[in-house]
Design a protein around this ligand. Structure first.
Ligand SMILES: Nc1ncnc2c1ncn2[C@@H]1O[C@H](COP(=O)(O)OP(=O)(O)OP(=O)(O)O)[C@@H](O)[C@H]1O
Length: 620
């Protein structure tokens, strides 16, 4: 029921086309398929030798010709050894190819996810994305590396077997070919249905994974709302969906295989009937017919295998379609996004930005302002007016419909010194130097979202976030600057304490300060902050406000912060006051207070929160 809701679109892809696209995607590993195809050809040739061995054995036994039996035996032994060698070699090749191409496709997916507009990604659940990167990439790749190769091998085997049997008895072979042609006709309809059922099964499995992720991520809420029974029912409901779809797929697969079997049995009966007529009319001897009949399993086996393989290929194509759905998201970026971030010499210049989430009315309308270099700019306004959306657009995470963002030019040599800001240690450490190695020097602006992102790793690794070239002292200095250091040292293993995505044993405010330390470690010229003090107590809030003022005033950092907090607004050099997706007024806090713009009333509405901290000015 739940999963069904996600399957509204009818896919139009063709399995062969989509697997061909997957193959071309594998770049430098594409040509790996050639040795695999050669191995498949070798395996098929070996099977022809096997046919000849059987034919000699059966005919020799039927007609008491010992020379035929001996030669059949010798060929047989030789073929068995050859078969084992070819099979070992093929398995080795397949394993390497699968591993290389799978990792390659997964890396492409991850790369693409990192470049996709966040608005497009917001439609997907983490559980679904994980299963696409993991299960879909693995299963799709098997479609080429295993099932595809196996299918090719069977087709080559069939062609060679037909050629061989034509040499033994042309009329009988022609009859089998005619009969075999019925097979695709019988299974065509089943194949389409199977493809649809595979898509439905994948969608149900994704819905199950989504729920599973939610359940694992929310143990506190589930317990406090007494939802464990409810969640269990939801989960078994989704499991049932997966079960039902698996059943449908299995039934269709069995039907397809049965159709293949009808084809092969029909072929056998036809051989007997026509072969009998040939013997009766003296065109063939009984030994020849018996040999033909026994060896013909080498012809019918690949035909039977084709049906199973085709259904597996459809399954892989369905998984590949899920991969391409994600890769294609990247292309959905409006062409305008690339040139949006032009570079200028001072601060950040936001020019006539318009933005809408798909099919909604405008969330940002004609936004223009300049955040001067070395100044603290605060964007404020009522909830839902578009502040975070604007920050996302400035950070380049969401592509605007029109308008431009101009930032400091990282390639401008006049400004290269700015990236080498040496933070003084306000608590007694030596001044920091910016090491040359292993840091992404092109990172000039850093975005700190409201919700701190914490990954599985130590506190130090969480602050470093890939900046391997920096020393432990530098990490500590960044943590000291954001007043995270003491809380970290209170953990059992200090900076080596392991954190989990839920934060481990650290509080929301502490994690927020860790996330800020991560940003400062990179010494950005431009710092974009979303509600940077939202989880802080009054003391830490003041300390961070002080830090932002120092960063702007002393270190020339351009700071744009989204905030409702009066204490930060008051310290800012400039306030951008927004309402309903538009900039209503721009100026200093004092200037805005004295204008007829609704700013005073807005701050008064925030009063309840700010009064707790005793920050509301008298005129409010
Ligand atoms: N991914 C999204 N898809 C569709 N609409 C969205 C999305 N994110 C935000 N919106 C809508 O865009 C509008 C602006 O949201 P935004 O988060 O930018 O507001 P905000 O001013 O930062 O609010 P707050 O102060 O509550 O954080 C809201 O109406 C919100 O519902």
């Amino acid at each position: 029921m739940l999963a069904d809701q996600t399957i509204t679109d009818k896919r139009t892809y063709k399995p062969a086309q989509i697997l061909l696209r997957l193959w071309t995607l594998t770049g430098k590993y594409r040509m790996f398929i050639i040795p695999l195809l050669i191995a498949a050809l070798a395996a098929s040739l070996v099977e022809v030798g096997y046919l000849e061995s059987i034919r000699r054995l059966v005919k020799g036994a039927a007609e008491s010709q010992f020379s035929l039996i001996y030669s059949g035996l010798i060929i047989g032994v030789f073929i068995v050894v050859l078969r084992a060698i070819v099979s070992l070699f093929t398995t080795w090749l397949e394993t390497i190819y699968q591993q290389k191409t799978q990792v390659f496709v997964q890396s492409r997916l991850l790369h693409s996810l990192a470049r996709t507009d966040t608005q497009e990604l917001a439609k997907y659940h983490t559980g679904d994305l994980t299963s696409r990167v993991w299960t879909s990439a693995t299963e799709a790749q098997k479609g080429i590396n295993q099932h595809g190769i196996e299918l090719t091998k069977n087709i080559i085997q069939l062609v060679l077997a037909f050629a061989y049997f034509s040499w033994v008895s042309l009329p009988l072979t022609m009859a089998i070919i005619a009969f075999t042609l019925i097979y695709p006709l019988v299974t065509a309809g089943l194949g389409r249905k199977l493809q649809r059922e595979h898509d439905r099964l994948n969608a149900s499995a994704a819905a199950r994974d989504e729920l599973l992720t939610d359940i694992i991520q929310a143990p506190v809420e589930i317990r406090s709302y007494g939802l464990s029974g409810y969640m269990q029912r939801q989960f078994s409901g989704r499991m049932n969906q997966v079960f039902k779809r698996t059943m449908s797929v299995s039934v269709l697969q069995r039907l397809t295989e049965a159709a293949g079997r009808v084809s092969t049995y029909g072929g056998m009966i036809l051989i007997l009937y026509l072969g009998g007529l040939q013997v009766l009319h003296g065109h063939m001897d009984v030994g020849g017919l018996a040999a033909f009949l026994v060896a013909s399993s080498q012809l019918t086996r690949p035909i039977e295998a084709l049906s199973g393989l085709w259904s597996q290929i459809i399954g892989s194509a369905s998984q590949a379609a899920r991969i391409f759905e994600i890769l294609d998201l990247e292309k959905k970026k409006p062409a305008a996004v690339q040139p949006q971030h032009k570079f200028m010499t001072e601060g950040v210049h936001v020019d006539r930005i318009f933005y809408r989430y798909s099919e909604q009315e405008e969330v940002l309308s004609n936004i223009s302002f300049t955040a001067a270099k070395g100044k603290l700019t605060v964007i404020t306004g009522p909830s839902g007016c578009g502040k975070t959306t604007l920050l996302n657009v400035i950070a380049g995470l969401n592509a605007p419909a029109s308008g431009s963002i101009q930032m400091n030019n990282p390639n401008d040599s006049n400004h290269s010194n700015n990236s080498a800001i040496a933070y003084k240690d306000s608590v007694g450490l030596a001044a920091l130097k910016y090491p040359d190695q292993d840091i992404e020097r092109d990172i000039k602006h850093v975005y700190v979202p409201q919700q701190a992102f914490i990954f599985s790793g130590t506190v130090e690794e969480n602050i470093r976030f890939g900046a391997e070239g920096l020393s432990a002292e530098e990490v500590q200095l960044a943590a000291r600057m954001t007043h995270a250091h003491d809380a970290i040292m209170n953990q059992t293993e200090g900076y080596k304490t392991e954190l989990q995505p839920q934060g481990g044993h650290m509080s929301g405010g502490e994690l927020q300060r860790i996330s800020l330390a991560r940003a400062l470690l990179r010494k950005p010229e431009i710092l974009l902050l979303d509600e940077p003090t939202s989880s802080q107590d009054p003391w830490h809030e003041q300390q961070l406000n002080e830090l932002f003022t120092v960063l702007a005033g002393e270190y020339d950092t351009t700071i744009i912060a989204v905030s409702h907090r009066l204490s930060l607004i008051e310290r800012s050099d400039q306030v951008i006051y927004m309402q309903d997706g538009e900039v209503v007024d721009i100026g200093t806090h004092r200037e805005l207070l004295n204008r007829e713009n609704g700013y005073l009333a807005y701050l008064a509405e925030q009063g309840a929160e700010e009064r707790i901290y005793g920050e509301v000015p008298e005129q409010l």
